[in-house]
Design a protein around this ligand. Sequence first.
Ligand SMILES: NC(=O)c1ccc[n+]([C@@H]2O[C@H](COP(=O)([O-])OP(=O)(O)OC[C@H]3O[C@@H](n4cnc5c(N)ncnc54)[C@H](OP(=O)(O)O)[C@@H]3O)[C@@H](O)[C@H]2O)c1
Length: 341
Amino acid sequence: MRKRRARFELGPAPYTAPGPHEIVVRTRAVAVNPVDAIAGPAYRVVVPWLRYPAIIGSDVAGEVVEAGAAVTRFAPGDRVLGHAMALEKSQNRAAEGAYQHYVVVMEHMASAIPESLSFEQAAVLPLTLSTAATGMFQRDHLGLEFPTAAPARQNAVVLVWGAATGVGMNATQLAKNAGYDVVATASPRTAEKVRALGADAVVDRTVPDVVEQLVRHIGDRALAGTMAIGRGSLAPCIDVAARTTGSRRVASSQPDPASRLRGRLAARRAIDVSFIWGGTLKDNEVGPAVYRDFLPGALASGAFRAEPRARVVGEGLAALPDALARVRAGGISAEKIVVTV
Ligand SMILES: NC(=O)c1ccc[n+]([C@@H]2O[C@H](COP(=O)([O-])OP(=O)(O)OC[C@H]3O[C@@H](n4cnc5c(N)ncnc54)[C@H](OP(=O)(O)O)[C@@H]3O)[C@@H](O)[C@H]2O)c1
């Protein structure tokens, strides 16, 4: 439980029955995202609408215990992952926070997971998957084709800057499963991992000629769109989009004021920059296209992997304050901090 001016507290929370299109998940694992770990007043800038005391957390994996009257896809006992929506302005509801034993999840933002996928590994996906999917498939962002089990080849390139982030690993895999070529950036320590997820070319994001190298790798293929992920990603992505053919749309995961200004200035170069909020897919066709139509089959077939690797740092909700502090401290590479419950 997060209080307005205080640190996290562990406390009792009521059981909330699901609405017609919701399920209740018995939590087995939760993951920590950078947004959860933001401290003090900065947190209130990110989610100014949030009512306190709040139960936060977006990433949950566990078993369905109850399904709403209109739910046909899930039954008690099913193993699932879900994007918990407590933080969304439209929800703002503690019952939908991941960091509790029984979490209300929207049916169309949950996916069945195969036996071969552990709860802790499944929990790494939801928010970063949603953020990647929002940027790539929503019509107000890149508007790419949806991923399917047998995608048509698109003959176009998706540029994924920051492909070693959780968002980037999901973006890379979604793009491949939608039939696109992927040109990516990562540091040398994670380049191999990004290649293993399907990126056709990986450029070191830290070298001075990174833009030149990306332009060369894209060559005369058309860009389908650009995902700018991570601090400092927007400026070089705008440069690449301005120097290649095809889509001039760049979707950024960094909606800070400096990036927004940079985005407005890019319009002068005919580059269309949009800023992602990773929960908006719940209100349009993208949420069900990913969580209902694509992900369950793709996880079962191995066409899509739950990445990055889960690093379990504790057991029980009482381990969460330390887990949050760990994320706040930074320095985590190609791993996601997870707590089992
Ligand atoms: N707008 C939204 O709704 C939304 C939602 C979720 C996340 N985000 C943002 O998206 C970004 C990624 O989040 P995440 O949870 O996926 O991250 P993450 O998994 O914690 O990212 C860790 C990885 O990022 C790479 N990295 C470090 N600094 C970078 C930089 N400046 N540019 C690109 N990559 C960098 C590192 O790999 P290498 O050094 O090997 O490249 C590291 O392995 C964060 O900035 C986060 O705040 C936005």
